[in-house]
Write a protein that binds this ligand. Structure first.
Ligand SMILES: [Fe+2]
Length: 413
């Protein structure tokens, strides 16, 4: 794509990028610009490098380290995004690139890949496998970065942001990878022998892919329920709960291994059997599903929603580790959702005006009741959730993220 050597622009046609993100060993097919800020005039963007084909490697390396920031023209954004996808491993493992920038790059690329997967037409196993292959490739490139404790700084910077399904899925996969890498002994117990390096890496990749896809079934839930600004009534709550079964159904014909499918299906099962979809408890719940559950709830509580503020990691983990004094009532409410998912939508076909009004009023009262129940259920749940998690795993989760100086959890254990 032919670009001029010079532009006068307010900056809106350009994107700032970190020169360190350019891998000198990988040729670029986009131009790099520098910006001269000018008072009361449009800024001047001058082309520094048309492409890297004609420049010796050493010279390029020198140039890249001498520039603090460079710009690309938005017309070449596609080329740049493709380039970053191909060179993600180089960028994420570069010791001089700030974790914040790495996190931004990872979230951008991963969001695009997950969005593509969520939008993919899963009617054929081929489509399904192509989407999974893209996620596996991305996760493999990111694994060294996301499984290290230092990368938790990136997660810490994302805490408190608005909840978005894609970012949430990335964080859940990321936290799962970091946790497994910090606690490999858990899997030695499972298999009866220490895991080899490759085995551990495979396990982390599969668990992270499951984390990235764990909520894919939400594409089958009506949008007005998924995006509802406010608390859900019983029917909507039950619909949301069906996403685990939908996820498994969508991915059923895929080549995902059994452990990933189990993680996706069982990531809402509670330790005491009060979760869904199967009401499994304790040992019945697969280990990675339990870890994914902890990461999932931790991220949900620390994210901002339209109906609730974000909690700090300390407050979230305090709720998750706390015993609930109202467990009996909470269980009653949860059971009620399963038993009474139908909002009594009266079939108003008669011309009896009085009866119609009465039925409408009855429906309103019942809907109001349902809403009150949801408010009460959420309030009660926040009093303590220890019954939902494996105590040892939750303790290990707290210890793992506490190893990063960006989380201050002292006094929690
Ligand atoms: Fe979920």
């Amino acid at each position: 794509m032919g670009l001029a050597e010079e532009y006068f622009d307010d900056g809106s046609s350009f994107l700032a990028i970190d020169p360190l993100s350019i891998n000198p060993e990988s040729l670029v097919d986009f131009s790099l610009f520098e910006r001269h800020v000018r008072k009361n005039e449009q800024d001047r963007f001058r082309c520094l490098l048309v492409d890297s084909q004609a420049i010796p490697w050493e010279r390029l390396l020198k140039l890249l380290s001498s520039w603090e920031v460079v710009y690309i023209h938005k017309k070449q954004n596609f080329n740049y995004t493709q380039y970053v996808k191909q060179n993600l491993e180089f960028i994420l493992n570069h010791e001089n690139i700030d974790v914040k920038k790495k996190t931004g790059t990872l979230i951008n690329i991963a969001t695009e890949v997950i969005q593509d997967s969520f939008a993919a037409n899963f009617v054929s196993p081929h489509e399904c496998d192509r989407a999974i292959e893209n996620i596996e490739k991305l996760v493999s490139q990111a694994m060294d970065f996301i499984s290290g404790i230092d990368s938790l700084k990136g997660i810490a910077d994302l805490i408190g942001h608005d909840y978005q399904t894609h970012t949430h899925s990335i964080k859940v996969g990321w936290l799962t990878a970091t946790f497994i890498n910090a606690n490999p002994d858990l899997f030695e117990v499972e298999t009866g022998a220490p895991l080899g390096e490759d085995q551990l890496r495979d396990l982390m990749v599969q668990a992270t892919v499951a984390g990235f896809l764990h909520d894919i079934g939400k594409i089958k839930i009506p949008r007005n329920v998924i995006n509802k600004k406010g608390k859900l009534n019983n029917l909507e709550y039950a619909l949301i709960q069906s996403h685990t079964a939908y996820s498994t159904s969508i991915l059923f014909e895929s080549k995902l291994p059994r452990s990933s499918m189990q993680t996706i299906l069982y990531h809402h099962e509670n330790e005491d059997g009060s979760g869904y979809p199967c009401g499994l408890s304790g040992e019945q719940i697969p280990l990675i599903a339990k870890i994914c559950h902890i990461a999932d709830v931790f991220d949900a509580i620390t994210s901002k929603r339209s109906y609730k503020a974000a909690r700090s990691p300390f407050a979230a983990l305090k709720i998750m580790a706390g015993d609930n004094p109202h467990l009996a009532t909470l269980r009653k409410f949860e059971a009620e959702v399963r038993e009474n998912t139908k909002i009594p939508v009266a079939a108003i076909v008669r011309d009896d005006y009085e009866a119609k009004l009465r039925r409408l009023r009855e429906r309103e009262i019942l809907e109001e009741e349902a809403k009150k129940r949801v408010v009460a259920r959420t309030r009660l749940r926040d009093q303590g959730m220890s019954h939902c998690f494996d105590t040892d795993l939750l303790r290990r989760f707290i210890l793992t993220i506490n190893r990063s100086e960006n989380f201050d959890l002292s006094g929690l254990l």
